[in-house]
Design a protein around this ligand. Structure first.
Ligand code: MN
Length: 262
């Protein structure tokens, strides 16, 4: 007797025949991976260092493995609600306690690459979101909202972090836009191509760092340093982003995948 056709058997068939593609939204993670720069009064997050334990040598003749040292928020990574003080008292707010259902969700991709090419401090507003919804439909509850800026195409740490005398410059969101997404659309979280979910200048916003403050205060998630968002349709992709199950973790490097209709 043939196995019954289910949505999952169809998914496997579509993956096999190429009608559903797997797109990798992850940056390579290595010692050169850029890490957010904080003002020197705050503790810095270290970049990745890799130390070989053994590599088919006297320390381990048949095996290769490494020790990693890195901040939780290094490279393409996941922000859990406990990362910010506004989310510290929420239930199930850490990488080991978040419900795994939250690691799979549909993606709404808002393309602002042209605007960002013109103005690197571009901020997405509620009106931009409403205009996007006019074209693509209302953002569903539980959806990732991904800001396509093409920032991930910048080569090298200096261009990617884009620090100037007055601090870093990179695109993001207004506080009003984030309140709208969190409260009126009940999104899963926001994802960006930049080093963190907030705009470069967001330390001076009201509230400071609104993507962290507002989203995590509402129990929402963050994804930073994404790439290949230019390979996603505005709607119709499903994102899989599961952080390491670090006990009491505030976030973790993550391999972010999107299932995309070809
Ligand atoms: Mn982070």
């Amino acid at each position: 007797m043939p196995n019954p056709v289910t949505v999952l058997s169809l998914l496997v068939e579509e993956l096999n025949n190429g009608r559903v593609k797997v797109v990798d939204l992850t940056q390579p993670l290595g010692p050169e991976t850029p890490v957010i720069d904080l003002p020197p009064i705050f503790a810095p997050s270290p970049p990745l260092t890799v130390e070989v334990i053994s590599r088919y040598d006297e320390k381990g003749p048949a095996w290769y493995w490494n020790t990693l040292h890195l901040g939780e928020h290094t490279g393409t990574h996941f922000d859990a609600p406990v990362h910010w003080i506004t989310g510290k008292d929420r239930a199930n707010n850490t990488t080991d306690t978040l419900p795994p259902r939250q690691f799979v969700g549909p993606a709404c991709v808002i393309d602002v690459s042209k605007e960002v090419a013109e103005f690197e401090d571009f901020l997405l507003t509620r009106d931009h979101v409403l205009a996007w919804e006019g074209e693509h439909g209302k953002i569903l509850a539980g959806a990732w909202v991904l800001l396509r800026s093409d920032w991930s195409k910048r080569q090298g740490s200096e261009a990617f972090l884009n620090a100037k005398a007055d601090g870093p410059h990179s695109p993001g969101w207004t506080a009003d836009c984030l309140r709208f997404l969190a409260n009126e659309r009940d999104v899963l979280g926001v994802g960006v191509e930049t080093v963190g979910t907030d705009a470069g200048q967001a330390g001076g916003f009201d509230p400071p760092f609104p993507a962290h403050s507002i989203m995590h205060g509402a129990g929402k998630l963050g994804l930073a340093s994404l790439s290949n968002l230019d390979q996603l349709p505005p709607t119709g992709a499903v994102v899989i982003a599961a952080p390491l199950k670090i006990v009491n973790g505030s976030g973790s490097p993550v391999r972010v995948l999107a299932l995309v209709p070809a």
